[in-house]
Structures are given as structure tokens and as C-alpha cells.
Write a protein that binds this ligand. Structure first.
Ligand code: AHM
Ligand code: MG
Length: 334
């Protein structure tokens, strides 16, 4: 039997390779792992504990908030607040960032941005959902409260990012900028165990992932590229959960697109806590992540917590091919 390497052990080993590591990021990643286990337990029995159904409120982006969204949001806040390594959190479920307890998190060096439960439209129909998180080093003085500048940082400033996929099994995938590793939750021991070391995205693939229902609302260049995917007999896979769609692409290769539509003129997905953390991971695995203006996602200025962005992300050769369609058909001179 292969020796089990737990998430905690792997993180500590990673810390040991950094001479200036202080252990703070190690403990912060551990806290995120704990929160993911608690959320996983509730996601797996959501149908039984009456936390299904729309909670009646909506979040800062105007999406109907499901009760499990609220539960997951609170779990991550509580775990990070008690962990002592995070000074503040920006979340899809919160209008503004939240300051964590300054006593428990005295001189905490990091902020966390997160979508606690991404793909929330899938919750009630038992289709996979995920958590997305990003970790930044705060810019404000550690002796005082965090401020908005600690969150509105480019994706290139991310110290770490990752996702949790609550699927047929629960897997936590993260990177601290030195490659990507995946950990599958073993419920029998309650530990995330290293299952996918050094994940690399295939250079190309046979899948494309886009909401075909918006086809007629996409710009010409996007429609021409989607026609090309169909003409090339690529397979369309779209789960409606960014984490799930991108996790498949990490293994099988492919391209995910969420272009601008009439409803979402800047794209639907949020730059800070969806596009940037997922782009960080995909780039670390050898992939590419741009917007429909062909700008690198991680280089984009973040001006607002809930700022939206278009995104085209996945296997490098497929994104490069999509770029040619934009250059050829775009009415706007790129
Ligand atoms: P959510 O965070 O409110 O769940 O919205 C984000 C989700 C993504 O996970 C997914 O890729 C996209 O919305 C699906 O949107 P649509 O239903 O418009 O295709
Ligand atoms: Mg989301």
C-alpha cells in the first residue's frame, strides 16, 4: 500500500522547502482544508437537512442565494477567523469585505478571496458544486485593520489559490506558485490525501465548454469559434459549475469560455474570486487564461470586489486557436 501523504503533511513539507517560511501560510491552507471538510459534510446531505432551496436573498451580483451558499460562506469565515492567519475575507456572498477578529488574527499577514459555493444553480439538482479561493499577502500594515487595497490586487499577486470540487469524490486542488497538486478526501480517516501530484493540463483536447444556449447572443468571433469546435467534432460538456468544468479540462484537456452576452456585457464570472484563482491554477498547470479582448486574466486590474470579466481558459493550443478567430473576425480592433 502506498504511503498516504495528507494535505497537512504535504503543506508542511512545502513550507520546509522555503527558507523564509514562517508557517503562517501553512496554517492558513490547513484552515481552508478544515472548512472544506465541514462544507463537504453538508453538501453530501444537503437534501436531508432542509438547507436546499433559495434562501430568498440574493448576493452582491444579484444571483439567487441558496441556503448552502450562506452555510458554506459562514463555515469558511468561522474557520479562518479562528485560525489566526487571515485579517479579512472578500466573498461572492458578501457585498463588502469582512474584517476578521483582530485579537484572534493579531498581525495576520493574509487576506482570502472566495466563492464559497460556485455553481450554486446545481445544488438543488444534486450536480457537483465547488469552492474557489485565492490568498493574497496584505499590503496594509499588519498592526491595523485590513483595507480594500488588500483585496483589489491583480491575479499575478496571488500567493496561492485553489478549488474544492464536491463531486463523486471530494478533491482539493491548490498551488502556491510551484505547480499544482490534488488531494482526495478519504472520509474513512477524514483527511485530504495526495492523489494527483504535479497536475499538468493537456496541451489540447476534444472538449469545449460553453453555454450553447447563449450562442446567438455571443459576438461574431465567438460564434465562429464555436462553429469551428462543432465542425471539428469536439464534444460539448457544460456542467454550469466553473470548478467542475475546469477540473475536467485539467485532466482531459479542453477549453472553457464565458464570453460577454447581452445580459452580462462584461461577462458573468467575477474576476477577483472566480477568474483569477482558477487562472492561477490553470497557468501553473501549463494552461492559458485570457479574456475575450485577448488580455491575460492575471494581469487585469481589479477595481471592484465583484467586477466581472469574460474568460477563455484551458489547454494552451486550443486557446491559441481561439485567439486566431478573434483576430480574424473581431469587429473591434484588438
Ligand atoms: P455562481 O457562482 O452564482 O454559481 O455563478 C457562477 C457559475 C459558474 O460556476 C458557471 O460556470 C456559470 O455560473 C454558469 O452560468 P450560466 O448558468 O449562465 O451558464
Ligand atoms: Mg460563483
Amino acid at each position: 500500500m502506498n504511503r498516504i501523504i495528507t494535505l497537512d503533511e504535504f503543506i508542511i513539507r512545502g513550507q520546509n522547502t522555503y527558507t523564509d517560511a514562517t508557517g503562517h501560510l501553512t496554517r492558513l491552507l490547513r484552515d481552508i482544508g478544515i472548512a472544506a471538510k465541514i462544507v463537504n459534510r453538508e453538501v453530501n446531505k444537503a437534501g436531508l437537512v432542509n438547507i436546499l432551496g433559495i434562501a430568498g436573498s440574493d448576493n452582491a451580483s444579484g444571483d439567487d442565494v441558496q441556503k448552502l451558499d450562506i452555510f458554506a460562506n459562514q463555515v469558511f469565515i468561522d474557520c479562518l477567523n479562528n485560525g489566526g492567519e487571515c485579517c479579512g475575507i472578500a466573498s461572492e456572498e458578501l457585498e463588502d469585505f469582512v474584517q476578521l477578529d483582530p485579537v484572534k488574527n493579531k498581525e495576520a499577514e493574509y487576506t482570502v478571496v472566495m466563492d464559497p459555493l460556485d455553481g450554486s444553480s446545481n445544488i438543488d439538482v444534486n450536480v457537483s458544486v465547488g469552492t474557489i479561493f485565492g490568498i493574497y499577502k496584505r499590503k496594509s500594515d499588519v498592526s491595523g485593520p485590513c483595507d480594500i487595497g488588500d483585496f483589489l490586487q491583480k491575479g499575478t499577486e496571488l500567493v496561492a489559490s485553489g478549488y474544492v470540487l464536491y463531486g463523486t469524490s471530494t478533491i482539493l486542488v491548490y498551488s502556491t506558485g510551484n505547480g499544482v497538486n490534488g488531494f482526495t478526501l478519504d472520509p474513512s480517516i477524514g483527511e485530504f490525501c495526495l492523489s494527483h501530484p504535479d497536475m499538468k493540463i493537456p496541451k489540447t483536447g476534444n472538449y469545449y465548454s460553453v453555454n450553447q444556449g447563449y450562442y446567438l447572443k455571443f459576438d461574431l468571433e465567438m460564434r465562429r469559434y464555436i462553429d469551428h469546435c462543432s465542425d471539428s467534432n469536439l464534444r460539448l460538456r457544460y456542467i454550469g459549475s466553473m470548478v467542475s468544468d475546469l477540473h475536467r479540462i485539467m485532466f482531459q484537456g479542453g477549453i472553457f469560455l464565458y464570453p460577454n452576452t447581452r445580459k452580462y456585457v462584461d461577462g458573468k464570472l467575477r474576476l477577483l474570486y472566480e477568474c483569477n484563482p482558477m487562472s492561477f491554477i490553470i497557468e501553473q498547470a501549463g494552461g492559458t487564461a485570457i479574456n475575450t479582448k485577448l488580455e491575460r486574466i492575471l494581469d487585469l486590474d481589479v477595481m471592484d470586489i465583484h467586477q466581472r470579466s469574460t474568460i477563455v481558459i484551458g489547454s494552451p493550443d486550443m486557446v491559441a486557436e481561439m485567439v486566431k478567430f478573434v483576430e480574424r473576425y473581431s469587429a473591434v480592433s484588438i
